[in-house]
Design a protein around this ligand. Structure first.
Ligand code: OMP
Length: 287
């Protein structure tokens, strides 16, 4: 328990969930093409049916569910209402909800985003939030403070899975290290001394081949890019090296394409979890 908040911090809750349920995070990304493939209409009714099915299939068994806010926002306030319901239901069923909204703004506006996702009285209150540090890591301070108060987590974009990210993230700072390394160093400072795992995570794409940065941040490493973007669980040891035990591999379409059958969705998630465990264990034995 955190002495100040009385709530178990996100990092500790995530570590336990990864150890008991497996490390996989499944993204809830209701693409129009997936709604079509599931035989659903591309409207709020289709969005709602899709989201309920994913939550019913997976919230009681995977460690993390990651709704991608954009796919809900595109339907306006009624889409956001579907998102609110999904967050509450997934959390009630035992999944940790990572809201993928990639928020980032100047401090005072960032405080409003923090109130939206990291205040326990907000309708969109989530266990963790993805944030962008590209207005300067310090601009995230209101979110870092709010997360600490509510026992929530943050995942800060460091090296994203898309090829366009490199021109910003691999650029070197005046002090020498890359921009991404500077972000990771800030995350490490936030997590210093925390056990068993800090609550400030970083996003590092599974597609990178080799991260080429120091990933020892004492926090979770969200690894998107598995499945539809071409990476596989077997790539994880090569990308993450000694930090692979802290990796939360994230898959959206690679699991969702197996719906709408709930058993097929469960089987797909289980296969990814098994493949990740095999890859991580193999890397541990080889060390
Ligand atoms: O933060 C993320 O989740 C994220 C970061 C990143 O570097 N790359 C990335 O693809 N994502 C998200 O992860 C999901 C990937 O979806 P799939 O490619 O279908 O597995 C999408 O919701 C992306 O927005």
């Amino acid at each position: 328990m955190d002495a100040d908040t009385g709530r178990e911090p996100f990092g500790a809750r995530l570590r336990r969930a990864m150890d008991t349920r497996g490390p996989l995070c499944v993204g809830i990304d209701p693409h129009a093409s997936l709604l079509h493939d599931w035989g659903l209409s591309d409207d709020v009714a289709g969005l709602s049916a899709f989201t309920r099915t994913v939550v019913e299939a997976l919230a009681d068994r995977v460690a993390v569910l990651k709704p991608q806010s954009a796919f809900f926002e595109r339907f306006g306030s009624r889409g956001v209402a579907v998102l609110e319901e999904a967050v509450a239901e997934a959390r009630a069923a035992g999944a940790l909800v990572l809201m993928d909204a990639k928020r980032g703004d100047i401090g005072s506006t960032m405080a409003a985003y923090a109130a939206t996702y990291l205040d326990k009285d907000s309708p969109l209150f989530s266990d963790a939030l993805t944030v962008s540090p590209y207005l300067g890591f310090g601009s995230l301070r209101p979110a870092l403070d709010a997360a600490r108060v509510s026992g929530s987590g943050l995942f800060v974009l460091a090296l994203t899975s898309n090829p366009e990210g490199a021109e910003v993230q691999r650029a070197t700072t005046e002090r020498g290290p890359s921009v991404a390394q500077t972000v990771l160093d800030h995350a490490a400072e936030e997590n210093a001394g925390v056990t068993p795992l800090g609550s400030v995570g970083a996003v590092v794409g599974a597609t990178l081949g080799e991260a080429g940065v120091n990933l020892a941040i004492n926090g979770p490493l969200l690894a998107p890019g598995i499945g539809a973007q071409g990476a596989t669980p077997a790539d994880l040891p090569g990308v993450f090296g000694a930090a692979v035990g802290h990796v939360v591999p994230s898959v959206s379409r690679g699991v969702l394409r197996h719906g709408p059958d709930v058993y097929a969705l469960r089987a797909a998630a289980e296969r990814f979890n098994d493949d990740v465990r095999t890859a991580v264990e193999g890397a541990r034995r080889a060390r």
